[in-house]
Design a protein around this ligand. Structure first.
Ligand SMILES: CC(C)=CCC/C(C)=C/CC/C(C)=C/CC/C(C)=C/[C@@H]1[C@@H](COP(=O)(O)OP(=O)(O)O)[C@]1(C)CC/C=C(\C)CC/C=C(\C)CCC=C(C)C
Ligand SMILES: Nc1ncnc2c1ncn2[C@@H]1O[C@H](COP(=O)(O)OP(=O)(O)OP(=O)(O)O)[C@@H](O)[C@H]1O
Ligand SMILES: [Mn+2]
Length: 309
């Protein structure tokens, strides 16, 4: 379990190489889309993203994984204490060895990590969201934060269009765009998993919006796909796309070597929305996914966008 031991450590921790390898394996296993993106990055950044991914995944698993029913507020407090230790340079386990190294290599701020834990706390106590404002806060916490963490690792660089006399000016980090991509991804994830989540008692779609489209919780539980549902989904998809569009504007401010992976991740994840439309919004009976060939076919376009946009 994730409990911090009160006793001095008796076992030795993994080597740095092994710790990063474990993080790589977790990313490759759980997130094919993001893993593909990380393979397009230089080694040092890629390893750091794997370490962050492994930490985010572990945080998510506490409330979403197979042992989630054992998770209490205290578990999350202990997890936060373990995070504080990592930021103080003390790894509590093998995966933390990589995280501690990543924290040394990149100027990461602890706040987005804390905010993500706060997002998982919401999942522990909350299963309904009244307005989009409420849902937006949840999305910032569980996913916008990933954008903030990743941006620090990827770094910024002035866009190519910058005139020579601008050189040397400090580049502002595209914080809002990074958060927007996290939110876009999370909204996509919510739309794809609507049926699965409802069966687990969680409804992320704002209550206010269900009511506006005259679609009830009971309809959701029964997987009703009719005009009310299609119009509701169409509205949700348009909103997610606005967040993707906002995120796109920040990509050319990132370091050149990060632009291709981020374009790739953005394009691949947003294609899940296209898949939902192709399935005529029936997220209850058909899982919306992007086939591997389609993912690969996206890569040259993503590269082109990274080079010219
Ligand atoms: C290529 C790259 C830089 C990727 C970042 C990878 C990373 C560190 C991901 C962490 C994801 C994670 C485990 C988050 C925990 C909470 C959670 C589950 C969020 C959902 C992710 C989906 O993951 P999952 O594997 O569960 O998906 P499936 O359900 O299995 O399909 C989320 C949807 C959120 C993911 C959010 C991001 C990856 C943020 C992206 C933003 C950036 C990389 C910033 C880019 C910068 C600019 C300026 C645009
Ligand atoms: N190329 C595919 N062919 C057939 N089924 C697929 C394919 N991709 C995904 N699926 C189905 O969707 C499930 C999970 O897909 P999902 O889209 O979450 O992929 P993933 O591997 O978790 O990567 P990511 O979430 O990062 O896109 C698979 O277990 C499978 O049922
Ligand atoms: Mn997945």
């Amino acid at each position: 379990m994730l409990q911090l031991s009160e006793f001095p450590r008796m076992t030795t921790l993994a080597s740095l190489e092994h710790a990063y390898e474990l993080c790589r394996q977790i990313t490759a296993k759980y997130a094919k889309t993001f893993y593909l993106g990380t393979l397009l990055m230089p080694e040092a950044k890629r390893r750091a993203i794997w370490a962050i991914y492994a930490w985010c995944r572990r945080t998510d698993e506490l409330v979403d994984g197979p042992a989630a029913r054992l998770t209490t507020a205290k578990t999350l407090d202990e997890w936060e204490a373990q995070l504080e230790s990592a930021f103080a340079g003390n790894p509590a386990d093998d995966l933390d060895v990589a995280l501690v190294d990543t924290i040394k290599q990149f100027p990461l701020d602890i706040q987005p990590f804390r905010d993500m834990i706060a997002g998982q706390r919401m999942d522990l106590y909350r299963s309904r969201y009244e307005t989009f404002e409420d849902l937006n806060l949840y999305c910032y916490r569980v996913a916008g934060t990933v954008g903030l963490m990743s941006t620090v690792v990827m770094g910024v660089q002035p866009p190519r269009s910058t005139t020579p006399w601008d050189c040397g000016q400090s580049q502002t980090t595209p914080t809002e765009e990074a958060v927007a991509l996290g939110i876009a991804n999370q909204l996509t994830n919510i739309l794809r998993d609507v049926g699965e989540d409802a069966r687990r008692g969680r409804i992320y779609l704002p209550q206010e919006e269900l009511a506006r489209f005259n679609y009830t919780e009971q309809d959701l539980m029964n997987g009703v796909v009719d005009n009310r549902w299609r119009e509701l989904m169409c509205f949700q998809i348009q909103r997610a796309r606005k967040f993707y569009a906002q995120a796109e504007k920040g990509i050319n401010v990132l370091s050149e070597d990060a632009r291709w992976p981020v374009w790739a991740a953005l394009m691949l994840y947003s294609k899940i929305l296209d898949a939902i439309e192709r399935n005529q919004y029936d997220v209850f009976r058909c899982r919306a996914y992007v086939p591997n060939v389609r993912k690969l076919l996206c890569l040259p376009t993503a590269l082109l966008r990274a080079k010219v946009l």
